[in-house]
Design a protein around this ligand. Structure first.
Ligand code: ASP
Length: 310
């Protein structure tokens, strides 16, 4: 194992760019992922913690309307934004999540506050909003979240009665994705975070896998850090992030083997749609998905940043 090094991985949604019609669209995604990877590098290269890198990178991605998280979140059946997010660190298995929240610019930051300033792991709806207020997190007006693009996307989904993954469908407009970050810092600590607006036209009150520890996010220094994207229900039913971790814990697999096996499991059990990014306890990076593509990028052991949507 290499000492005093760091690794970082990000995703911007499985299935995102499945229907790209031009290289320009892909370029925008790649440029954003690249920029955020380099931002994360400045933290990890200077000895910052994995948790900090995950929070900062996830915040950057939430602030980019390209992605289905924070200001780019999709709309639910009522035409409103309801977001889910969670963060977990691998030293003590501390974790925090928020679900079905609204008018919060950076759900990942609120999730970290839950992890560090409450005895709880998951706060939902009004309870999470109250907690935010108590901790000085201001509510941002609807206009920040509801873009014309999202309104059109929602109207189309509502008309056809579909509940769709933001980036899934034959419709080339449905191209955005949930975000996730996993990091390995110079002290050998792991962390993972996932943040999403969920799926388009979802039921009011629907919570996906992203804020569920073990489903859409997991971190344990003894195994790995994982962030998932795709149909949340598939990941919840297979507890996929923890399944990947268990493959390392109980079968001694490395990052690539565990990722491949977890994705196989997702397919075999529920024909699941989506993917994961994973960094193992040695800082090795791996990605796997059942969709045609997944927007993602990584820095392994302080090396070059690599971005791809394939
Ligand atoms: N997993 C997210 C959810 O089901 C959606 C996504 O990854 O795009 O809420």
């Amino acid at each position: 194992m290499t000492k005093k090094t760091y690794s970082l991985m990000l995703h911007g949604g499985a299935g995102a760019l499945d229907n790209i019609s031009s290289g320009k669209e892909a370029d925008e995604y790649m440029a954003s992922i690249q920029r955020v990877l380099e931002h994360g590098r400045t933290i990890l290269a200077h000895g910052g913690s994995a948790v900090e890198a995950v929070e900062v990178c996830a915040t950057d991605l939430e602030n980019d309307p390209l992605f289905n998280a924070g200001c780019g979140s999709v709309l639910n059946e009522d035409g409103h934004v309801e977001m889910d997010a969670a963060i977990m660190e691998g030293v003590k298995l501390a974790a925090g999540g928020v679900a079905a929240i609204h008018n919060i610019a950076n759900p990942i930051q609120l999730a970290r506050l839950v992890m560090e300033h409450s005895e709880h792991v998951l706060l939902i709806k009004g309870g999470a909003q109250r907690f935010a207020k108590r901790h000085g997190v201001e509510e941002i007006p609807d206009e920040y979240f509801i873009t014309e693009y999202r309104l059109k996307q929602f109207e189309k989904a509502a008309q056809s009665g579909q509940v769709i993954l933001d980036h899934e469908s034959a419709d080339a407009d449905n191209k955005f994705g949930t975000i996730g970050a996993v990091a390995y810092d110079q002290n050998g600590n792991l962390a993972a975070g996932t943040s999403t607006g969920g799926i388009v036209n979802k039921y009011f009150g629907r919570v996906g896998d992203s804020p569920i520890i073990g489903s859409g996010v997991y971190a344990d220094n003894a195994t790995c850090a994982v962030s998932a994207t795709g149909y949340g229900e598939d990941f919840m039913r297979t507890v996929l992030a923890k399944t990947a971790s268990d493959l390392i814990e109980f079968q001694g697999l490395d990052a690539r083997q565990a990722t491949a096996k977890a994705i196989q499991y997702l397919t075999d059990k529920v024909k699941g749609r989506g993917g994961i990014i994973l960094i193992d306890r040695h800082g090795l990076c791996a990605a796997g998905y059942t969709t045609k593509r997944m927007v993602h990028g990584w820095i392994e052991h302080g090396g070059e940043s690599i971005c791809t949507f394939k």
